[in-house]
Structure formats: structure tokens, C-alpha cells
Design a binder for this molecule. Structure first.
Ligand SMILES: C[S@@+](CC[C@H](N)C(=O)[O-])C[C@H]1O[C@@H](n2cnc3c(N)ncnc32)[C@H](O)[C@@H]1O
Length: 373
């Protein structure tokens, strides 16, 4: 069997000790934080501080966008200067990276509320290792989705070459885990502009009890989509519309006037099966492919800045107003800005002073406690 080059990867994470022992805090370090909180510190220290200051099982949504194990350094480019913001260099040793991320994910689990969940933004470099670690830490049963988001604006540079050794990577990955498997979320609805349409009322799922007769015939296989009672009512609705109102209004206008509740089924002689009407929709349920929004932004000069649209979607869909949202690798603070805008409480942390200076500027007059550890 093939061996990992820097074996044993998984065992080395497990041997890692990261208990709370060294964290003996003085009275002056215990503080009640009612405000939002911005911490300048290594987040391992920050999380221990949070655990000792009343945040155990209190955070409802954690989004982190840690270093990706990319091997690069990242900068903040302002008009007159360029500052090193952070390094994502690990001497090509994924063990070192995993030994950084594993204990941090474990402490995040202790901070998460019972209904809480965590979103970890990564890319192809290490998402597969981190997923295995998260399966261990959060439990496979708490895995929710791998969300595919757009990578930055980088051009596909492959056009310039005669031959290539791989395809351009156009996506990042967000791993979503909950704390407990029983947690349920509201349906993930986003704005949409979907026109009304007619669809076949027959489906090939085989349910003999749903093969009743309408328009004088019943299907031999498959099924009708709705119960007999509901279908008959929808047929009557359409017959009434066709007889009395079709001359005056298009169906959609009639449906609006009737309070947007009526359902319709029709049978056209040219089409084999009856059809049911799907009303126009202003919202749609999304799946795990989030290619409709940007995930990177370039508004602050912080080179790994994520897009507000991405953070507003995560926070808006998977947390509720006044709950506590945290980003412990907050960089330029996109998650904190989105949380503030959406009426959530927030806790941010970063070990880079360069990053936090960008956060402070973005937050402007927003109220928060600032702690340096
Ligand atoms: C990819 S950036 C986050 C970008 C952020 N999502 C944004 O929208 O700007 C990762 C951040 O993690 C911070 N970081 C890395 N290791 C850390 C640690 N151990 N503790 C706290 N912050 C850390 C870096 O300083 C960097 O700002």
C-alpha cells in the first residue's frame, strides 16, 4: 500500500497535546463581554480565553478561512505601502499544518452552541486532510455539505501554453459541520426571478396508490404527482379559469387576483400527460454549488479578502439575529462586517496586526471590546 511521504500524518495529530492546563489566568483576565469582541492573539490562546470567559457552548456560527497550506506569503497593499500580513508556509510538511489546525478545530467545537455549526473555507491544498480531521473532531454524522465556491479573479493562464499538465482550478471548498446531528436549519432560500411554467403531472416513481383516473385515464406505471383530491381541485380551478376568465386575464394575473393560492392542472390534446402549473418564484432553494456569487473581493488591499456576498449568505442562512458569530482567522474582517450588518453579535480574532488594522478601519464606529492577549 502507498505510504504518505511525511508519515505518519494522522497519528501525529492524535498525539498532539492541547489541554487547557497552561492557561491559568489571573482575575484581571476574566471579564464579562457583552459587546462584540475583537482579539489580537494567536487564536489558540484566544479560544482558551473565550472558554474561560463564559463562551463555552455559546457561539452559534463559526466561519474560518485559515491559511490554505498554499506555501505562499500574503500582503496588505495600501496606496503608499505594502505590508506582510501573514505567511502560509509549512516547509512542505502537511503534518505541521495539521498540527496547527487540529487543536484549533477541537477548541472551536467546545465553543460551539448545541445548535451551532462551523464553516471552514479551504482549497485543494489541504481540504481533504482537514475533512478527515473534522470527521474525527465533529463526527461524520455532523458533516452537512461541501460547498463549492468560486475562486478569485485569477485568469486561466493555460491559453499561453502548447501543452498543459493540469486544468485551471476555479473553485474553493467550504466544509460545513454541525455540532449535533439533530440540528435543523431553515430552508436555504435566496432571491430569484423564476417565471411560471407548466410541467408534466406524471412522474416515473412507482406508486400504484397514486395511479387514479383523471381526464378519463389512469397511468399504467409511474404515478401522478399529487393526491387525487388535490388534483381534482386543481383541475376544477383551471376549468373555471378557462371557461370564465381566460379571455380577461393571463393565468398568472388571475392567480395573483385570487390570492396566489390556487393550483392548476390542465390537459392538452397534443401532450400525452396532464400538466400542472408552477407559479413564478421570487426565491429559490440553493444547493451546494454557489457559483452565482463571488467569494473573493478586492476592496481593502488585503490579498485574501473574501466577499461580503459569501459571508452574508452563510450568516444570513445559517444563523439567526442576535446569535453569536465568530471568525477566529478573521483577516480583513469580512465575516465581522457581515455579522454586524445582519444584526448578529460577533467575535473576531487574528494574530496579525496588519490584518487587525484593516478590520478596525472597516468597522469604523462600530462598538466592540478590543483585547490583546
Ligand atoms: C486567509 S486569511 C483570512 C481572510 C479573511 N477571511 C478576509 O475576508 O479577509 C487568514 C488569516 O488567518 C490569520 N491567522 C493565521 N494563523 C493564525 C492563528 N494561529 N491565530 C490567529 N490568526 C491566524 C492570518 O493572519 C490571516 O489574516
Amino acid at each position: 500500500m502507498r505510504q504518505f511521504r511525511n508519515t505518519p500524518i494522522r497519528q501525529s495529530w492524535k498525539k498532539r497535546e492541547f489541554d487547557l492546563e497552561p492557561l491559568v489566568v489571573s482575575r484581571t483576565q476574566t471579564k464579562v463581554h457583552d459587546e462584540n469582541l475583537l482579539i489580537l492573539a494567536d487564536n489558540l490562546k484566544a479560544m482558551k480565553y473565550l472558554l474561560l470567559n463564559g463562551f463555552k457552548e455559546k457561539i452559534d456560527l463559526v466561519y474560518i478561512d485559515p491559511p490554505f497550506y498554499s506555501g505562499a506569503s500574503y500582503y496588505h497593499r495600501a496606496s503608499k505601502r505594502t505590508d506582510l500580513a501573514f505567511k502560509d508556509t509549512w516547509s512542505n510538511q502537511v503534518n505541521l499544518y495539521m498540527n496547527m489546525i487540529y487543536p484549533r478545530l477541537s477548541l472551536i467545537r467546545s465553543l460551539l452552541s448545541r445548535e451551532g455549526s462551523i464553516f471552514v473555507h479551504l482549497d485543494w491544498h489541504a481540504s481533504h486532510y482537514v475533512k478527515i480531521a473534522m470527521d474525527e473532531i465533529f463526527g461524520i454524522e455532523n458533516f452537512r455539505n461541501e460547498i463549492i465556491v468560486k475562486r478569485g479573479r485569477k485568469k486561466n493562464l493555460l491559453y499561453q501554453f502548447e501543452k498543459v499538465d493540469r486544468m485551471h482550478t476555479a473553485n474553493d471548498i467550504i466544509l460545513w459541520y454541525s455540532k449535533y446531528p439533530s440540528t435543523k436549519f431553515c430552508k436555504p432560500l435566496v432571491p430569484a426571478d423564476l417565471k411560471s411554467k407548466w410541467m408534466s403531472f406524471w412522474s416515473n416513481t412507482n406508486r400504484p396508490t397514486m395511479r387514479y383516473s383523471i381526464f378519463g385515464s389512469a397511468p399504467q406505471r409511474g404515478q401522478w404527482k399529487w393526491s387525487k383530491e388535490r388534483a381534482n381541485k386543481a383541475i376544477q380551478n383551471y376549468e373555471l379559469y378557462a371557461k370564465k376568465y381566460e379571455m380577461n386575464y393571463p393565468l398568472e394575473e388571475y392567480w395573483e387576483k385570487q390570492g396566489r393560492i390556487l393550483e392548476f392542472i390542465r390537459k392538452r390534446s397534443t401532450v400525452k400527460y396532464p400538466e400542472y402549473w408552477i407559479p413564478p418564484k421570487t426565491r429559490k432553494i440553493i444547493d451546494n454549488l454557489w457559483l452565482d456569487i463571488e467569494s473573493y473581493n478586492y476592496s481593502t488591499g488585503f490579498s485574501t479578502e473574501k466577499h461580503n456576498a459569501l459571508l452574508e449568505r452563510i450568516i444570513g442562512l445559517f444563523s439567526i439575529p442576535n446569535s453569536i458569530v465568530s471568525d477566529l482567522f478573521c483577516g480583513s474582517g469580512t465575516a465581522l462586517v457581515a455579522a454586524e450588518k445582519m444584526g448578529r453579535r460577533w467575535i473576531g480574532c487574528d494574530s496579525s496586526e496588519v490584518a487587525l488594522s484593516v478590520v478596525k478601519e472597516r468597522l469604523g464606529k462600530t462598538r466592540y471590546d478590543f483585547v490583546t492577549l
